[in-house]
Design a binder for this molecule. Structure first.
Ligand SMILES: Cc1ncc(COP(=O)(O)O)c(C=O)c1O
Length: 248
């Protein structure tokens, strides 16, 4: 066994994030930007079409109509040559529904269908199914999710367990909320390629009085899945009561 990242690493919240700095430098020097992952594939057409037809249709019924009908049926006032010569934008405008119930406020915690799909996906990939009603909240990315949780659960001065290596956002968000990060190291077994949390190190950090633990799974950057079943917080290894005097 060897340690993947030195325990001596002392993370600091930077003024400019690494991703932001690398992106700025890549543009400046016309270099390949390795700090962000860019796909070179288009999204599946069904996904694009679902977005387009929801925007144009505005209701489930109009989406179904757009899905199945030909242009001749959808734009009956236009003859064939008119359809062929008309700019696409104008044609799409004639197809826009007059009612709209889809492009409105969503469920604040994610559409039920989306939460069901995430639960199914978790079941398929990881073998356990979170409850879509109580275990899943959809957010605008991980940054919003973590900021909301830290703001809701922690108070300035609380300790926060952060496994390292970690995404650069964690120490920065800890700094924003006045939290004290306590780093525990994921250790790689070079024989199996598995990364695990050292339980003694984790327990020691919890006993120092951590309020919360950030567990990112599958973990970035190691790719390690950190639980094979529904995660459970164990007494003494999970969160400690908040220090007296903190109120939220
Ligand atoms: C582990 C981890 N945390 C946070 C982020 C930031 O996520 P977002 O851009 O969704 O806010 C990422 C992005 O890749 C990530 O991998």
């Amino acid at each position: 066994m060897r340690t993947g990242v030195s325990a001596e690493v002392t993370p600091v919240a930077t003024r400019e994030s690494v991703i932001r700095r690398m992106t700025r430098l890549a543009v400046e020097h016309d270099a390949v930007n390795l700090s962000q992952g860019f796909t070179d594939e288009c999204p599946p057409f069904e996904l694009v079409w679902a977005a387009v037809s929801a925007m144009l249709g505005g209701t489930e019924a109009q989406m179904a109509r757009l899905d199945g009908a030909s242009l001749r049926e959808l734009a009956p006032g236009l003859d064939a040559s008119d359809i062929v010569d008309r700019p696409l934008k104008q044609l799409l405008e004639t197809l826009q529904g007059h009612q709209d119930s889809l492009n409105q406020y969503s469920f604040p915690f994610g559409l039920p269908e989306l939460r069901e799909a995430i639960a199914d996906y978790t079941q398929r990939l990881y073998g356990w199914r979170p409850d879509p009603e109580t275990d899943i909240t959809v957010t605008l990315g991980a940054t919003e999710a973590l900021a909301s949780v830290l703001a809701g659960v922690c108070a300035p001065g609380d300790r926060l367990i952060v496994p390292q290596p970690y995404h650069e956002m964690y120490p920065a968000q800890a700094a924003v909320f006045g939290l004290v990060p306590d780093y525990v190291t994921l250790v790689e077994d070079v024989e199996t390629g598995r990364w695990t949390l050292n339980r003694d190190e984790w327990e020691a950090a919890a006993l120092r009085g951590a309020r919360a633990l950030i567990l990112n799974t599958p973990h970035n950057p190691t790719g390690q899945g950190l639980f094979r079943q529904r995660p459970r917080v164990h007494r003494g290894v999970g969160c400690a009561p908040r220090a007296a005097g903190h109120q939220r």
